[in-house]
Write a protein that binds this ligand. Structure first.
Ligand code: HGY
Ligand code: MN
Ligand code: MN
Length: 410
């Protein structure tokens, strides 16, 4: 019976959580930033300490590989998640999955286990997509969904170029993404939503993941005086943006709707208190587990924008930032998760991932599934993100059981 070193896993998790803190103590490790480099250096150092071969590929994915002379050449079981974060983030999102995977491989290696196939833990580049779009970029390139050179040429919201930033922080690898053909991929992750905590489930067997549509919308109006311009004369980009955001919220509140919509970024020009905005630039993140419905939402938004151009006399342009269809995970692995949760006496339910995940990209090239653990009060993408230690460890142990079976560890 294999075991993980619980103290080491928690120590790694909380140590990684201390990296990437800015002057205000906010945790932000944006892709290829100096703070993310801190995290990358720490995790790749731990991979080396664990005796893994560390390979960084051209898009900066960090792979910790454990293979033996007996299983060399077999398709590897790949595990992992991401260590980049959003702004002012929690310490569990992504990091927990990478470090639990590392802990499992390290413990199996230390126990002298023999596995039928190599084991790999990967920290995928740019899962969050807050600096460079699209999100889940490193795993998308790895799965062949985006050309590596196009990804490296991506210009960030701060005007930097991803490839140059990866070079600057020392993580521009030379190996072609996709160099390992996975036997399967399993990702352990916090739920980031309220369901498991509210309903008292310890394990989530994630069977699918909702579709995601990201757009940047630019609305141009006429800059004018805030005091002297009568309302009927105004061509107000700010009011038009507010109408779009409200319109999409109304659609999410329609009976039976499972759509969620978020405007996380917005900027006005010239952005002065007494000037009617000439321009509003904002993002719209729309998600739905059903592709048909997601397309309906995108069409409703496009139709509304066309209508607004007429009623508000503004000019509207849109830019596609990301678009991923819903994904079904591998039924065989999902049932394995349920089997081992039950064996350990843990309450388990099937889940849909509301968040985008690297697993949705790996599902394009191999059997893939995820394991969730509860997020207290469903808080995430927030420094108050929290998962109880017993839940962190229970999730890691079910993950260990699944890995032992899938790698035929003896
Ligand atoms: O946006 C997401 O769902 C993920 O956190 N990248
Ligand atoms: Mn994540
Ligand atoms: Mn996230």
């Amino acid at each position: 019976m294999f075991k993980i070193n619980k103290e080491r896993l928690l120590a790694h998790l909380f140590a990684l959580g201390k990296t990437g803190l800015d002057a205000e103590g906010q945790r932000t490790r944006a892709c290829a930033s100096d703070t993310e480099k801190e995290g990358r250096d720490l995790v790749s150092g731990w991979m080396r300490e664990a005796g893994l071969k560390v390979v960084v590929d051209r898009i900066g994915n960090i792979h910790g590989i454990w293979e033996t002379p007996e299983n060399q050449g077999q398709k590897p079981l790949m595990l992992g998640s991401h260590i980049d974060t959003v702004i002012n983030a929690g310490q569990y999102d992504g990091c927990y999955g990478v470090l639990a995977a590392l802990e499992i491989i390290q413990s199996l290696r230390e126990a002298g286990a023999a596995t039928a196939r190599p084991l790999v833990v990967t920290a995928w580049t740019n899962e969050e997509g807050i600096r460079y779009s699209p999100d889940m970029m490193g795993s998308l390139v790895y799965a062949g969904g985006m050309k590596c050179d196009d990804a490296l040429a991506t210009v960030g919201v701060d005007g930097t170029v991803l490839g140059e930033e990866l070079r600057r922080i020392g993580y521009a690898g030379t190996v072609e993404p996709g160099f390992l053909k996975p036997y399967a991929f399993v990702e352990l992750h916090i739920e980031q939503g309220p369901i498991m905590d509210a309903e008292g489930y310890a394990i989530g067997a994630v069977e699918d993941l909702q579709g995601i549509s990201w757009q940047k919308i630019t609305i141009e109006g006429v800059q004018n005086h805030a005091g002297t311009t009568p309302t009927s004369y105004r061509i107000d980009a700010g009011v038009a943006a507010a109408k779009v955001i409200t319109y999409m919220r109304q659609r999410c509140l329609l009976p039976g709707s499972r759509t969620v919509c978020t405007t996380g970024c917005i900027a006005f020009e010239p952005n002065a208190i007494n000037v009617i905005p000439s321009k509003a630039v904002f993002t719209v993140d729309v998600r739905n587990p059903n592709e048909e419905k997601l397309r309906e939402e995108e069409k409703a938004l496009a139709d509304y924008l066309a209508e607004l151009e007429k009623t508000d006399k503004v000019k509207i342009t849109t830019e596609r930032l990301s678009r991923f269809e819903p994904v079904l995970f591998d039924e065989g692995i999902v049932t394995l998760v349920e089997k081992y949760a039950k064996k350990r006496g843990l309450r388990c339910r099937r889940m849909t991932s509301g968040a985008g995940q690297d697993a949705q990209m790996l599902a394009r090239i191999c059997p893939t599934a995820m394991i969730f653990v509860p997020s207290v009060n469903g808080i995430s993408h927030n420094p108050r993100e929290f998962t109880k230690e017993e839940d962190l460890l229970a999730g890691a142990e079910v993950f260990l059981d699944v890995v032992v079976e899938m790698s035929e560890a003896k």
